[in-house]
Design a protein around this ligand. Structure first.
Ligand code: M6R
Length: 374
């Protein structure tokens, strides 16, 4: 059942190329760049006239939502709010028929997410779902679902469901952009083409970095705290890296926006603190290069205080190698697709650290796969 892998989590990490491919399959045309979303009870007119999107989700799915905000706002120029589903209904939220709700959930049975959906519906918003389980509770109340075809996820720590959610969000953002006319046909074609290359790149990462993450685990498995830093769309991936590590290795970890370090957390840095910095860039995208340069100066602040930096960088980046102790390289991609690649080494790092610490990676203490109480 684990197909020769020691744990479900490792099997599921390795299934990501297929999960991403299956989530894309049948939803795009490589010839025209068009995205198709089946069976939506929200018309193109409603998508065009939408005033905003409210995303509600929990845990890893919430991190996907945070990354999705960057995709939707950048491509479709539509404002997006991202809420913890467990908080949403406790602040008398503002929702209306022009706002669209989007629930992201692997299981489709998370009680907090169902409660947020009911609140949205009660306030007159239509809701859509991104869900991995066909027919799950959230999909039954939604006006449309993008199913993530990741297949059953057994490990409590979400891995392939997350990268499939990011894929679905990218498709949704592209779809909205096409319907709302905020993107040219040429840009669409290019992005769809880039998306089709992602599964192959994830395969490459799985082959290239597993041994390295294994060695890093030897060095860092006795650390008591970790920091994960990222900027812009890479910040949610820092949060996800920290969550994976806490959840399965029981090491305290925090994700932080790189630029916020100087506003407090720099005080934590000493020679014992591993700091995982996501420092990737799309060299063809000036806004991505700018973010990268700022992140480099944040990294220098960490190394100046003897923090031990593990950088996630793109292949061929020699500059960063000079600056930090360890660099994990991933292939280049357009900025909005980089998160799918960046998270893979973070999953493997958490996995190998947890295994070294003798933790039950598939069934961490105190946690359930699906949280059906509020
Ligand atoms: O099934 P859902 O996506 O709604 O679950 C949400 C969270 O409970 C879930 O992502 C949780 O944080 C995972 N254990 C993270 O690995």
């Amino acid at each position: 059942e684990k197909a020769g892998y020691k744990h479900f989590m490792l099997k599921e990490i390795n299934e990501q190329p297929r999960a991403i491919r299956d989530t894309t399959l049948g939803r795009v045309s490589l010839e025209t760049g068009k995205v198709f979303l089946a069976e939506m009870q929200v018309s193109e007119k409603e998508f065009r006239e939408a005033s905003q999107i409210t995303i509600a989700a929990c845990g890893t799915s919430w991190h996907a939502g945070l990354a999705g905000k960057f995709m939707i706002e950048r491509l479709a120029r539509l404002p997006v709010d991202v809420d913890y589903a467990s908080e949403y209904r406790y602040r008398d939220p503002i929702a209306d028929p022009h706002a669209l709700g989007l629930l992201i959930t692997q299981s489709g049975e998370t009680a907090d997410t169902i409660a947020a959906q009911r609140e949205l519906i009660a306030k007159g918003s239509k809701t859509l779902a991104i869900c991995n389980v066909v027919g799950a509770a959230v999909t039954r109340e939604a006006q449309g679902t993008i199913t993530t075809n990741a297949g059953p996820e057994i490990g409590v720590a979400s891995t392939k469901a997350f990268t499939a959610q990011l894929t679905a969000l990218f498709l949704f953002a592209l779809y909205l952009a096409q319907v709302r006319g905020t993107i040219t046909a040429e840009q669409s074609m290019e992005l769809v083409d880039e998306l089709s290359k992602v599964p192959g790149k994830v395969e490459e990462i799985l082959r290239a970095v597993d041994d390295q993450c294994h060695s890093l685990a030897k060095i860092f498995s006795t650390s008591s705290d970790f920091l994960f830093l990222g900027r812009g769309i890479h910040y949610p991936i820092a949060l996800e890296g920290a969550l994976k590590l806490k959840e399965i290795s029981y090491i305290h970890a925090e994700g932080y926006p790189a630029g916020e370090m100087k506003h407090g957390p720099n005080a934590l840095i000493d020679e014992t603190l591993p700091v995982v910095c996501i420092a990737t860039k799309d060299p063809h995208d000036p806004s991505s290069v700018l973010k990268y340069e700022k992140t480099l100066s944040n990294i220098q602040e960490v190394t100046a205080r003897s923090g031990r930096v593990i950088a996630i960088a793109i292949e061929g980046d020699e500059e960063i190698k000079q600056l930090v102790e360890h660099t994990i390289q991933i292939p280049q991609a357009p900025e909005l697709l980089l998160p799918i690649l960046e998270v893979v080494p973070l999953q493997l790092l958490a996995y190998h650290i947890a295994v070294r610490r003798g933790c039950d990676v598939d069934q961490p203490r105190n946690l359930a796969k699906s949280v059906t109480v509020e």
